[in-house]
Design a binder for this molecule. Structure first.
Ligand SMILES: [Zn+2]
Length: 429
């Protein structure tokens, strides 16, 4: 009697379609539940790794310590099935304070069955000197884990290792390549690994950088760039009392140069140049033959540093004392990270992932504070570059009480894993 009583069949169809919808939803939710459960199971292994990493002192100039931590990280990545190598720097961008020897980097590639290219970066070096660990050993107290360098950036290295482990436990290989790079020179502005980071990041769909997420886990899409200018003036010494006219006063020329370069800031666009250090002369009664000065520069756009350097080079052509020699060296300690469309999309997707956990994820695209390696990763890519994927914590570069929040481990493992999965399967373009 379908003609007379169409309602039951309609209800039946509705029920059937509802059932199908639910089934589809269940099927879809299942791996997510898996990811969450595995993330919870991964917390303790992550803490074990973190303890081991904190226990290896690895200051930027402690080559022995850096080699040791690199071995440890490489070993773990090999166990996870990656093609792993420990690299030594060959292409060094020598900065004013670059040490003779620079620590290694660990590079690992996991080949998958898909097409997307994703890279995870963190740094193994710390700002601390050897011997400081004994005053700040690894320990867990309440909802925090403490230890030297734990927030900056041992947690980042541990989080990457255990995100890869989690993907492996899920049997997930839908990415094209998953690349891991951990370097040993971030705290000295990455002189040895900046070019490698830029090169490896160039053709990635997304680069996730695992610096700490601050106290509230904010993802960062922009960071300010840091540069410095070095001015060197060569004059000629002479007796200041008996024959001053025989000299070329480098201090006078330096003063002239600094004054004509004091108003190059463009505060409205975040470009700042401030002269901060100077030195000249040896004796009161000698016309100084040499003088130097240093300036601190900040920018929000890569092109602003290029423009500033050109302006500085033009300015030094105008001299007070034609017989003096003036040189200017501009170094980009770290370029700014600029937000792009791809990074905005990926970060927005991160918000929806966090919502599944009933949590809110903050995303900041206003540059605050210093730069990170994410900026080098972004130099030649049109893909997403997201900074601050690491654990919440506090106390980076402080001499006591550096910690990470235990409660952020599961959400961050879940976030990183899901981001990689959704990028790989095309759920996130
Ligand atoms: Zn760091």
């Amino acid at each position: 009697m379908p003609r007379l009583h169409p309602a039951p069949s309609l209800v039946g169809r509705l029920i059937a379609s509802l059932w199908l919808t639910c089934a589809a939803a269940t099927v879809q939710a299942e791996p997510i539940a898996d990811v969450h459960m595995l993330a919870q199971q991964e917390q303790q292994p992550l803490l074990d790794t973190l303890r081991d990493l904190v226990n290896i002192e690895s200051g930027s100039k402690d080559i022995e310590g850096l080699n040791q931590i690199a071995e440890r990280v490489a070993g773990q990545l090999k166990q996870l099935g990656g093609t792993v190598e420990i690299l030594q720097p060959t292409d060094v961008y020598r900065l004013d304070d670059t040490p003779e020897k620079i620590g290694p980097a660990v590079h690992a590639v996991f080949k998958g069955t898909g097409t997307r290219k994703i890279m995870l970066i963190a740094h193994m070096d710390t700002v601390y000197l050897k011997g400081m660990l004994k005053d700040q050993p690894f320990r867990i107290d309440g909802d925090k884990a403490y230890g030297l360098g734990i927030a900056d950036d041992k947690q980042g290295v541990a989080l990457i290792l255990h995100t890869v482990a989690l993907l492996q436990k899920l049997g997930f290989r839908d990415y094209g390549t998953l690349t891991v790079l951990t370097n040993g020179d971030e705290e000295i502005s990455s002189p040895g690994w900046r070019s490698t980071i830029t090169r490896l990041a160039a053709d990635q769909d997304a680069v996730f950088s695992f610096e700490g997420g601050g106290t509230d886990g904010t993802l960062r899409l922009a960071t300010s760039g840091i540069g410095s200018a070095y001015l060197t003036v060569q004059g000629k010494s002479s007796h200041a009392g008996a024959r001053p006219e025989g000299g070329v006063n480098a201090l006078y020329e330096l003063s002239h140069q600094v004054l004509q370069m004091k108003d190059l800031s463009k505060p409205e666009r975040g470009l700042k140049l401030n002269w901060t250090v100077s030195q000249s002369g040896t004796n009161r009664n000698v016309i100084p033959a040499n003088a130097t000065a240093q300036a601190d520069a900040r920018a929000l756009k890569v092109s602003d540093f290029d423009g500033l350097e050109k302006e500085l080079q033009d300015k030094i052509k105008n001299r007070l004392l034609p017989d003096s020699k003036v040189d200017l060296k501009f170094e980009v300690r770290r370029p700014p990270l600029e937000a792009n469309e791809a990074s905005r999309r990926v970060a927005a997707h991160g918000k929806t992932i966090y919502q599944e956990l009933g949590m809110a994820l903050k995303v900041d695209e206003k540059a605050t504070g210093g730069g990170t390696d994410a900026a080098f990763a972004a130099l030649k890519t049109s893909g997403a570059v997201v900074e601050g994927m690491g654990l919440s914590g506090f106390g980076a570069h402080s001499n006591d009480a550096e910690y990470v929040q235990l409660g952020s481990i599961v959400p961050r493992l879940y976030l990183a894993t899901r981001m990689i999965m959704d990028l790989s399967t095309g759920k996130l373009k």
